[in-house]
Design a protein around this ligand. Structure first.
Ligand code: ZN
Length: 421
């Protein structure tokens, strides 16, 4: 499998110019190659053959287009090959029923990245300023350039890196993604999995997650970012459209947006990493069949986007860390008593589950997560032990974890929290 972790680059002014210069040169090559490609009749070969035919003309192009000599060879090749990727993507859109035309010439704003394949780059994890690493890019506008990089999470060795993509975000910040090939770890055999190595997650509107081991993780507090966004947007609306000041302000708005989505992504990745390394199996509600079961539809709709995103991140980490991720039928997880199975209706504002039949009393979301757990155990086929999780659950103290602690320590775990303060 492959995955592509992304890191922020901190280029000097000169390096930034070289990155921009390369991006624009590669864009011009792409546009040139596209017009050449459009001149080849469709019946002259497969898509791949036709694109490769253009790619093979790069050495000849260099004879009269001297700028191309200042760009690393695989970067040029990848730029031309992008025609094939883009056409394939157009095909997918067409299949999905979109009305799409043919490929268009790319304007500077639309062409944000370029890619090194296999070679032409080196990563030194330590030698940069302020504890940063150094990413060396060869022949970046003719020279090798050593660009500082913030390696906030670890990266495997060079051998497994297949491609390096440099991208300029609308904020003006540069990022690099490493496309990495990894061996997929095996997921544990179902026969060997113990109940206590499984966890059920309940997604809530008030808390982001409540799990069957008693942790409740709050939502990420983005209220101050939202206020700032409002301010910046208001200020943008008062500037003359297209003016220098407007453009500067537009960038500020983009920065706030980017910071908010980075925060959310970081939070979800850390949670997903924790659960998939701590447990052998993680169970979640299947949102595809969940529908709108509860009231407060707006709050749920909004939250659901975040949960779906989290499930896909969870699945990704499950593959990487060898952990089963199982989606279970969600109907009635809040109504059902986790101990005796009797259903009792409760409106959303009733935060406690108190069973009229057996007297089992605990937090309503905790109860739901226990139901998710037992459904998951059934679904995956884990043999239940004599002592069900429900019986031990009543003795478990609930641990309330703030989202910011997850962001700081990378985990909602008690031990790490104690160490981290
Ligand atoms: Zn009961």
């Amino acid at each position: 499998m492959t995955y592509s972790p992304r890191y922020r680059l901190f280029p000097t002014t000169e390096q930034r110019e070289a990155l921009d210069w390369t991006r624009d040169t590669v864009r011009q090559l792409y546009n040139h190659a596209l017009s050449e490609f459009n001149d080849i009749p469709e019946n002259a070969g497969t898509l791949r053959q036709r694109v490769w035919q253009i790619r093979d003309t790069i050495p000849d192009l260099k004879e009269w287009w001297s700028d191309l000599n200042n760009v690393y060879s695989t970067v040029l090749q990848k730029a031309v090959e992008r025609i094939r990727d883009n056409i394939n993507n157009l095909g997918k859109l067409k299949d999905a029923g979109y009305n799409v035309g043919s490929l268009n010439w790319k304007a500077p704003r639309e062409f944000r990245s370029f890619t090194y394949r296999q070679s032409g780059f080196e990563l030194d994890k330590k030698s940069g300023p302020n504890g940063r690493g150094i990413l060396t890019l060869k022949k970046l506008n003719g020279e090798n350039r050593e660009i500082p990089i913030r390696l906030h999470r670890d990266l495997p060795d060079h051998d497994s890196v297949r491609e390096v993509t440099l991208k300029k975000e609308p904020t003006g910040a540069w990022y690099v993604s490493f496309c990495i090939e990894t061996d997929q770890p095996d997921k544990p055999d179902v026969d060997t999995i113990e109940t206590e190595d499984c966890v059920g997650l309940d997604f809530g509107v008030l808390n982001f997650i409540y799990d069957s081991d008693g942790r409740s993780v709050s939502r990420l507090d983005l209220s101050s970012d939202r206020k700032r966004l409002q301010r910046e947007q208001h200020s943008l609306s008062r500037k003359e459209h297209g003016s220098n000041n407007w453009e500067k302000q537009r960038q500020r708005v983009a920065e706030v947006h980017a910071r908010m989505s980075n925060k959310k992504r970081d939070f979800k990745h850390k949670l997903a990493h924790f659960y998939t390394t701590e447990y052998d199996a993680v169970f979640v509600e299947d949102l595809n069949v969940k529908g709108m079961l509860e009231s407060q539809q707006n709050a749920r709709n909004k939250a659901e986007v975040g949960w779906r995103d989290f499930i896909s991140i969870l699945e990704h980490h499950g593959e990487k860390n060898g952990c089963h991720i199982v989606q279970v039928p969600p109907e009635g997880t809040t109504k059902e008593c986790a101990r005796c199975g009797v259903e009792s209706k409760k409106p959303l504002w009733v935060r406690e589950h108190s069973c009229p039949s057996c007297g089992f009393t605990l937090d309503r979301d905790f109860n739901a997560s226990l139901n998710v757990l037992s459904r998951g155990l059934d679904e995956l086929g884990v043999v239940h032990s004599e002592v069900t999780p429900v019986e031990t659950a009543a003795a478990v103290d609930t641990l309330e974890v703030s989202a910011s602690r997850v962001v700081e320590t990378g985990s909602p775990c008690l031990k790490e929290a104690a160490v981290g303060g």
